[in-house]
Design a protein around this ligand. Sequence first.
Ligand SMILES: [Cu+2]
Length: 151
Amino acid sequence: MPGCSVFSASLFFTGAVSAVLGAAAMSHQQDPAAAAAPIDSHANGSAVRTLAQGEPRTIDVVARRFSFEPARIEVTEGERIRLVLTSADGVHGIEIKTFKVNKRIPRGGEPVTIEFVASAAGEYPVLCSEYCGNGHEDMRGMLVVVAKSPR
Ligand SMILES: [Cu+2]
């Protein structure tokens, strides 16, 4: 009977789909636990080491009249830092004298990227290097470079 074969084919198809869906649902449920375990078990130590050796630590900073967000950036001595700066309003600048950082941040949200190595522990003022209005002198943040733990 022709009708019969169509029926059994669609039955088979439905069965296959639900089997696939079932497998997907199962693996989806298992993923978070499996992925979370290695990250949790390594804690902070290994993550910091990885950052120092390879990829820079990327930090997004928004400049606006008259502040940097975040105002306080904390990194570890020796880390390579990549700041990705955008302005939320007009033109600003960023200056961190010790690390010879000085760059204009254009209006319109176009990102500007700066890379440097936080080579010495200390607290370094982050200044706006482009006059941006009455609060310009107060527009400052702080880069805190924490010394590597002694060994
Ligand atoms: Cu400014």
